[in-house]
Write a protein that binds this ligand. Structure first.
Ligand SMILES: [Mn+2]
Length: 361
């Protein structure tokens, strides 16, 4: 029986330069990536694992200092009872990030990039196959034609690759690769953890990086021998990214809206997670939604929002009051369209919001 962790896509060093969140949060998140890396190392020790598999994009090499990389390798090297296996991904190429660290520590095994390499661990009766990245794009699957598995051993494959056929990120035919007979296929690159097929899994990013990476994040923990296989997903991320839909209706008053903004979010999640509110619907035209959102904001660890609401106007009253000016004429013109159609109604209300606010100036 062997026990191992499957992780990858840590993107250590990221500075989140294109993120929606501000610099102070980005700085904190950068440090939290290292914190999660440390949690993985601690988990490997407490679970008494034999292997730690890191399937590419451990680093965001563009933003990693030499210190950052040294810090990580020193930590991994301290795991003297655990064999650490690493492949380079598209964000941390072999030559630029890893070459210097190849063969430097007895327990850290970094795969090369020319072809699929096999590393045998007799003590555990296991063969581990893998290949690193060393250029920005791969248009084809690595060559498996010379791979002959020893069926008496536990055979594991590590790849940083894309299961989509026309990808430039090493497209692979995962069904065909599975048929070779690996006992486990540890994949990196796609940031959402999931089973692809049979024994092939994407570990996902251990710590989610942005609002595209909602849901739970962590590592896979596997126990396997030739007859038995057990896989568990272990949540390890410091924070989740959560996108919540909030629908506003015209009958909702100030307090109703204030409550609605946090209604479906647990206290713990408010205090800890990265939140985005997607606010839509129709708001009483006397209500200033931005002000209510500003009041709700301190309840969140972090919150950003999109406001897709339209104000709810008493159109007939406004038309009557503006019979001979551009506002009245605009309403008249718009009402020639089918107002039961959401698209035209939105256009009318948006236009009215603009015209009426012009009048305020
Ligand atoms: Mn990645």
């Amino acid at each position: 029986m062997i026990k191992f962790i499957h992780t990858g896509d840590l993107h250590l060093g990221s500075v989140f330069e294109n993120a929606s969140f501000p610099a102070d949060v980005a700085k904190l998140r950068r440090e939290e990536l290292f914190k999660t890396f440390n949690s993985i190392v601690k988990a490997a020790v407490s679970l008494k694992d034999n292997f730690l598999l890191i399937c590419g994009d451990l680093f965001e090499e563009k933003f990693c200092t030499a210190h950052d990389i040294k810090r990580v390798f020193d930590t991994l090297a301290s795991l003297t009872d655990i064999e650490v296996l690493i492949i380079a991904g598209n964000h941390d190429l072999y030559s630029s990030t890893y070459r210097h660290y190849a063969n430097k520590y007895p327990n850290i095994h970094i795969f090369r990039h020319e072809k699929i390499e096999k590393k045998s661990f007799e003590k555990f009766n296991a063969d581990i196959y893998a290949i690193s990245w060393d250029k920005a794009a791969y248009y084809a699957e690595p060559d498996f034609s010379n791979i002959k598995l020893d069926e008496n051993k536990i055979n594991i494959l590590m790849l940083h690759a894309d299961c989509a056929p026309n990808s430039t990120y090493m497209p692979i035919n995962i069904k065909a690769i599975s048929d070779i007979g690996f006992d486990y296929i540890a994949l990196g690159h796609i940031h959402k953890p999931r089973q692809v097929t049979g024994r092939a899994y994407y570990c996902g990013s251990a710590e989610p990086l942005d609002f595209k990476e909602t849901g739970e994040h962590g590592i896979y923990h596997i126990e396997a021998d030739k007859d038995a296989f057990k896989i568990d997903f272990v949540k390890l991320a410091s924070r989740n990214f959560v996108v919540s839909k909030v629908n506003i209706t015209p009958d909702m008053g100030y307090l109703d809206i204030l409550r609605a903004l946090t209604a479906n979010i647990s206290h713990e999640s408010l205090n800890n997670d990265m939140h985005r509110l997607a606010i839509s619907g129709m708001v009483n035209s006397a209500i200033n939604l931005d002000e209510i959102i500003a009041q709700a904001k301190p309840s969140f660890f972090y919150m950003e929002y999109s406001n897709d609401t339209i104000p709810d106007f008493d159109v007939d009253y406004i038309k009557q009051q503006n019979e001979n000016n551009i506002i009245g004429k605009f309403i008249e013109k718009m009402q020639q369209y089918d107002m039961t159609d959401e698209k035209y109604r939105r256009a009318l209300y948006k236009g009215l919001a603009l015209l009426l606010s012009e009048g305020d100036k």
